[in-house]
Design a protein around this ligand. Structure first.
Ligand code: GLU
Length: 289
């Protein structure tokens, strides 16, 4: 059997067996920096994928970035970095554009959309945490698709997630998700930066975030997002601790979830196995290239 078809079967099994999935969309996917527009036709294909998952009985929560990117044109047409207060106002404008696009695509498939804009306090404060969780559960119960982002317009710089990788991980923990899918503009985790080293290899499976794995993350960040591989590994470590799997995959092309199911490039993170004494069986764990 071809390596690709083995990967496709393995990936499909992982995704099919998940009752609840979180799909995190990076800014660079939903927003086209060249045209300055939301990528409407790409979004349609993502939502078609989501509709297929929901149609077979799975629950999906979307965590989306892109508000700052979508609203930033009002403030600046060059690559100048926005001031913090400009970013917050840009998010207030862009979040509306973002939700109009999600609402239109989801409505097309008969889904209502429920928007949740969260701050770090909503997760850290027990009472608010329980409220958020119950709102998410109620939305899923009635078949609506929750779409989550950080409340960038009100978050203060000293208390904010800053990146949606970790926000998505917190949401995954909160609702006991089975799989967290991080869609970004990279294929997965590489041994080194593939743009700088042609011999960089992609890691397909990680069972333990070792210092060696951490060193692979480097400090890359996308032009319009706040995360990079470092925050993706932080997210992986958070969800693996609570028994949730995570996958990083390149979502740039249409039908990004189908691409994972069809064995497209991706890095899977599997929760730590426990030994008989209940300790993390990490010591013998080596990454699979
Ligand atoms: N919340 C930010 C936005 O909507 C994105 C944060 C991130 O890039 O992870 O623009």
């Amino acid at each position: 059997m071809q390596q690709d078809s083995i990967a496709a079967i393995a990936n499909s099994v992982q995704l099919l067996s998940a009752a609840r999935l979180i799909v995190k969309i990076g800014s660079g996917l939903v927003f086209d920096a060249d045209t300055g527009e939301i990528r409407g036709s790409w979004l349609e294909t993502l939502i078609e994928d989501v509709a297929r998952f929901v149609g077979r009985g799975q629950q999906v929560i979307i965590v989306t970035s892109g508000a700052v990117a979508a609203g930033s044109r009002r403030f600046c047409r060059s690559d100048r970095r926005l001031q913090a207060e400009e970013k917050q106002a840009a998010a207030a404008i862009g979040q509306v554009q973002l939700m109009i696009a999600y609402e239109q695509s989801l409505k097309h498939h008969g889904f209502a959309v429920g928007q949740l804009l969260l701050t770090a306090q909503d997760i850290d404060n027990r009472h608010r945490y329980l409220n958020v969780r119950s709102t998410l559960q109620q939305l899923l119960k009635v078949g609506a698709v929750p779409v989550v982002n950080e409340n960038d317009a009100t978050a203060t710089t000293d208390i904010c997630f800053g990146d949606n990788d970790r926000l998505a991980a917190r949401v995954a923990e909160m609702v006991n998700a089975d799989v967290l899918i991080l869609l970004s503009s990279v294929d997965g985790l590489f041994t080194e930066d593939p743009q700088e080293n042609q011999f960089a290899r992609m890691i397909t499976e990680v069972r333990c975030i070792t210092p060696e794995i951490q060193a692979m993350a480097g400090h890359s960040t996308a032009r319009h997002g706040s995360g990079g591989m470092v925050t993706k590994l932080m997210a992986a470590s958070m969800v693996m601790d609570v028994g949730c799997e995570m996958v990083i995959s390149n979502g740039s092309k249409p039908y990004p979830l189908a691409a994972i199911e069809n064995g497209g490039p991706s890095t899977w993170f599997f929760p730590l196995a426990k030994d008989k004494g209940g300790h993390d069986a990490c010591a013998n764990c080596l990454p699979q290239a």
